[in-house]
Design a protein. Structure first.
Length: 147
Protein backbone atom coordinates (compact mmCIF):
# COMPACT_ATOMS: atom_id res chain seq x y z
CA UNK A 1 0.00 0.00 0.00
CA UNK A 2 1.24 3.46 -0.85
CA UNK A 3 1.95 5.87 2.00
CA UNK A 4 -0.77 8.32 0.90
CA UNK A 5 -3.33 5.45 0.86
CA UNK A 6 -2.34 4.43 4.39
CA UNK A 7 -2.57 8.03 5.62
CA UNK A 8 -6.06 8.34 4.11
CA UNK A 9 -7.14 5.14 5.88
CA UNK A 10 -5.66 6.31 9.20
CA UNK A 11 -7.23 9.74 8.97
CA UNK A 12 -10.65 8.22 8.33
CA UNK A 13 -10.94 9.83 4.89
CA UNK A 14 -10.71 6.43 3.16
CA UNK A 15 -11.76 4.21 6.09
CA UNK A 16 -14.36 1.74 4.77
CA UNK A 17 -16.14 1.72 8.14
CA UNK A 18 -16.38 5.51 8.25
CA UNK A 19 -17.33 5.80 4.59
CA UNK A 20 -20.25 3.41 5.02
CA UNK A 21 -21.29 5.06 8.30
CA UNK A 22 -21.30 1.82 10.28
CA UNK A 23 -19.58 -1.56 10.11
CA UNK A 24 -21.25 -4.52 8.43
CA UNK A 25 -22.90 -7.32 10.40
CA UNK A 26 -24.03 -5.31 13.42
CA UNK A 27 -25.47 -7.50 16.15
CA UNK A 28 -25.83 -4.79 18.79
CA UNK A 29 -25.10 -1.14 19.41
CA UNK A 30 -23.33 -0.63 22.71
CA UNK A 31 -22.08 2.44 24.54
CA UNK A 32 -18.82 3.07 22.63
CA UNK A 33 -18.90 0.30 20.04
CA UNK A 34 -20.86 -1.72 17.56
CA UNK A 35 -20.79 -5.47 18.08
CA UNK A 36 -20.48 -7.33 14.78
CA UNK A 37 -20.44 -10.94 13.68
CA UNK A 38 -21.00 -12.99 10.55
CA UNK A 39 -22.03 -16.51 9.56
CA UNK A 40 -18.74 -16.62 7.59
CA UNK A 41 -16.65 -16.19 10.75
CA UNK A 42 -13.54 -18.29 11.27
CA UNK A 43 -15.13 -20.00 14.29
CA UNK A 44 -18.40 -20.32 16.18
CA UNK A 45 -19.13 -17.32 18.36
CA UNK A 46 -16.56 -15.01 16.78
CA UNK A 47 -17.42 -11.33 17.25
CA UNK A 48 -15.77 -7.99 16.70
CA UNK A 49 -16.25 -4.78 18.66
CA UNK A 50 -15.81 -1.73 16.42
CA UNK A 51 -15.34 1.70 17.95
CA UNK A 52 -18.13 4.06 16.89
CA UNK A 53 -15.79 6.93 16.10
CA UNK A 54 -12.62 6.75 14.06
CA UNK A 55 -9.44 6.18 16.05
CA UNK A 56 -6.44 4.07 15.18
CA UNK A 57 -4.71 3.54 18.53
CA UNK A 58 -5.94 3.03 22.09
CA UNK A 59 -3.89 6.00 23.29
CA UNK A 60 -5.95 8.26 21.01
CA UNK A 61 -8.99 7.68 23.22
CA UNK A 62 -9.86 9.88 26.15
CA UNK A 63 -9.87 8.13 29.51
CA UNK A 64 -13.69 8.07 29.41
CA UNK A 65 -13.73 6.56 25.90
CA UNK A 66 -11.17 3.93 26.87
CA UNK A 67 -13.23 3.00 29.92
CA UNK A 68 -16.39 2.79 27.80
CA UNK A 69 -14.60 0.52 25.31
CA UNK A 70 -13.45 -1.76 28.13
CA UNK A 71 -16.96 -1.82 29.64
CA UNK A 72 -18.37 -2.88 26.26
CA UNK A 73 -15.65 -5.52 25.91
CA UNK A 74 -16.28 -6.80 29.45
CA UNK A 75 -20.02 -7.02 28.80
CA UNK A 76 -19.66 -8.84 25.46
CA UNK A 77 -17.00 -11.23 26.79
CA UNK A 78 -19.25 -12.29 29.68
CA UNK A 79 -22.17 -12.85 27.31
CA UNK A 80 -20.03 -14.81 24.83
CA UNK A 81 -18.64 -17.02 27.57
CA UNK A 82 -22.11 -17.73 28.89
CA UNK A 83 -23.50 -18.54 25.44
CA UNK A 84 -20.59 -20.46 23.90
CA UNK A 85 -19.10 -22.16 26.99
CA UNK A 86 -15.70 -21.72 25.33
CA UNK A 87 -12.65 -22.94 27.23
CA UNK A 88 -10.96 -19.56 26.59
CA UNK A 89 -11.69 -16.24 24.91
CA UNK A 90 -8.90 -14.67 22.85
CA UNK A 91 -8.84 -10.92 22.28
CA UNK A 92 -6.96 -9.37 19.37
CA UNK A 93 -6.40 -5.76 18.33
CA UNK A 94 -4.53 -5.28 15.07
CA UNK A 95 -5.67 -2.56 12.68
CA UNK A 96 -2.96 -3.14 10.11
CA UNK A 97 -5.56 -3.88 7.41
CA UNK A 98 -8.32 -1.51 8.50
CA UNK A 99 -6.87 1.08 10.88
CA UNK A 100 -10.15 1.78 12.66
CA UNK A 101 -9.94 0.62 16.28
CA UNK A 102 -11.63 -2.74 16.71
CA UNK A 103 -11.26 -5.77 18.97
CA UNK A 104 -11.67 -9.35 17.73
CA UNK A 105 -13.13 -11.88 20.17
CA UNK A 106 -12.40 -15.51 19.41
CA UNK A 107 -14.03 -18.17 21.59
CA UNK A 108 -11.63 -21.12 21.76
CA UNK A 109 -12.85 -24.69 22.04
CA UNK A 110 -11.16 -27.98 22.74
CA UNK A 111 -10.43 -29.63 19.40
CA UNK A 112 -11.08 -26.55 17.25
CA UNK A 113 -9.03 -26.27 14.03
CA UNK A 114 -6.72 -23.75 15.69
CA UNK A 115 -6.30 -25.52 19.04
CA UNK A 116 -2.56 -26.00 18.59
CA UNK A 117 -1.69 -22.50 17.38
CA UNK A 118 -2.83 -19.05 16.36
CA UNK A 119 -6.14 -18.40 14.66
CA UNK A 120 -5.91 -18.00 10.91
CA UNK A 121 -8.99 -16.00 9.88
CA UNK A 122 -8.28 -16.74 6.22
CA UNK A 123 -9.20 -20.39 6.77
CA UNK A 124 -12.95 -20.37 6.62
CA UNK A 125 -15.10 -23.41 6.81
CA UNK A 126 -18.58 -22.35 7.78
CA UNK A 127 -18.77 -22.97 11.53
CA UNK A 128 -22.55 -22.84 11.56
CA UNK A 129 -25.19 -25.27 10.36
CA UNK A 130 -28.56 -24.25 8.96
CA UNK A 131 -30.11 -21.55 11.18
CA UNK A 132 -27.39 -21.75 13.85
CA UNK A 133 -25.91 -18.32 13.22
CA UNK A 134 -29.28 -16.59 13.49
CA UNK A 135 -29.94 -18.48 16.71
CA UNK A 136 -26.54 -17.39 18.08
CA UNK A 137 -27.21 -13.80 17.00
CA UNK A 138 -30.65 -13.69 18.65
CA UNK A 139 -29.34 -15.29 21.84
CA UNK A 140 -26.47 -12.80 22.03
CA UNK A 141 -28.81 -9.86 21.43
CA UNK A 142 -31.18 -11.11 24.13
CA UNK A 143 -28.34 -11.64 26.61
CA UNK A 144 -26.93 -8.15 25.99
CA UNK A 145 -30.38 -6.56 26.37
CA UNK A 146 -30.61 -8.01 29.91
CA UNK A 147 -27.79 -5.77 31.17
Amino acid sequence: MEQHEWKALCSGAACPICLSGKPFGIVAELSATYLTSSPDSPMRGYCCLVLKRHAVELYELSADEACALMRDLHRVAAALQEITRAVKLNYEIHGNTIPHLHVHLFPRYKGNPFAEGPINPLIRESPYGEGEFESFRRTLQARLSED
